[in-house]
Design a protein around this ligand. Structure first.
Ligand code: SF4
Length: 361
């Protein structure tokens, strides 16, 4: 297996992309880039990485920041529990480790939000420890190179690929090896149309030899996307609007949101306005209906969200004890410092552009 690693490292030395977190041994910057790049493309993650490093040059700066500022900087990257864990982990590094990242796999793995992959990445890239990273790219490269068809999303597959990745690792230079594997999977042995004609390990590739490149890697479970239909009420009074901060769970953890509810399926405008949850949220309110927007869709791995925004203008504040009492009035300038889900940012954009037309979901 050594020759495979050597060939990939040689290829990497000549073909790697220039990225700001490469060439550093600073565990803070390596960790930051790895957390940002989970579920995020490099092109998108780059700007976020630069923004974070500029705002928080050290882990102590990040630890001291307000949760609001961290979430706001993360806005648009999705999977917001990552931002919360990033902040918590920075605080732990400062409080429990004197501001220095633990220099062992187990110590890193114990930090909030740090899984096997991130612990192996930081341990190898920052401290030169012999831990192989296993991410989507590595699964694909190993599966094709060695012709392994065990499903990568099964328990057996995870164990098998982790042990193969560790066997392939060049223990004398784990940082170079890990980066080479990931870069190779990201840019050459890609999910669709891999460039086998330019591949430095094509001679050894079992998938190429057996005509199975398009079949590997194998996934046992098909991703089922569920349709969800959400209705949000954009309730204004003067210049301000109502919103609240979400709790710590879910894909939009700690982001701000308008009052709203979920329905079973598409509704016409009149069905929406006559629905029970709409009546419950607007009962006793003197209001004027300003607009019902067209549906905005938002795709997540397991969900396709259809959101509609109903604009209501109040003629006075909600009475005490009203279900809307738990929401806060936000002025435009205050809301600029807060983070909202992408869907709501798109609603703000559309509203600014004055595009509203009634329609079905
Ligand atoms: S020959 Fe093609 S499928 Fe095999 S490792 Fe190289 S790029 Fe990937």
């Amino acid at each position: 297996m050594e020759h495979l690693s050597a060939a990939l490292c040689q290829w990497y030395a000549a073909n790697q992309r220039k990225l700001p977190w490469r060439g550093t041994h600073d565990p803070y910057k390596i960790w930051l880039s790895e957390v940002i790049l989970q579920q995020t493309r490099v092109a998108q993650g780059l700007a976020y990485y630069q923004r974070f490093v500029e705002a928080f040059p050290t882990v102590a700066d990040l630890a001291q920041a307000s949760g609001e500022r961290v979430t706001r900087l993360w806005q648009g990257l999705g999977y917001y529990s990552r931002a919360r864990n990033l902040h918590l982990a920075a605080q732990q590094v400062v409080e429990r480790h004197g501001g220095r990242f633990p220099e062992s796999y187990a110590g890193l793995r114990a930090l909030p939000g740090v899984g096997d992959y991130t612990a192996a990445a930081v341990a190898s890239l920052a401290f030169g420890l012999p831990h192989a990273v296993v991410d989507g790219n590595v699964y694909r490269v190993i599966s094709r190179l060695l012709g392994i068809s065990t499903p990568i999303d099964s328990g057996a597959g995870k164990r098998e690929f982790a042990s193969l990745a560790q066997a392939l690792l060049d223990k004398a230079r784990p940082a170079l090896h890990n980066q080479a594997m990931m870069e190779f999977g990201a840019t050459l042995c890609t999910p669709k149309s891999p460039q086998c004609g330019r591949c430095p390990v094509a001679d050894a590739c079992v998938a190429l030899r057996s005509g199975r490149v398009d079949e590997l890697p194998v996934k046992a479970k098909k991703i089922v996307q569920k349709d969800r239909f959400l209705v949000y009420l954009f309730i204004t009074w003067g210049d301000s609007f109502l919103a609240r901060q979400r709790g710590d769970d879910g894909i939009w953890a700690r982001l701000h949101e308008f009052p709203g509810f979920e329905v079973e399926g598409p509704l016409t405008d009149s069905e929406l306005l006559a629905s029970e949850p709409f009546a419950a949220l607007t009962q006793g309110l003197a209001h004027e209906l300003e607009a019902i927007g067209p549906p905005l869709t938002h795709l997540l791995t397991h969900q396709r969200i259809w959101a509609r925004f109903v604009e209501l203008r109040l003629q006075g504040p909600p009475p005490p004890e009203h279900p809307l009492g738990e929401y806060t009035w936000l002025s435009p300038s205050r809301s600029e410092d807060l983070a909202f889900p992408k869907l709501m940012l798109r609603f703000f954009d559309q509203r600014r552009q004055g595009r509203q037309s009634p329609s079905l979901f």
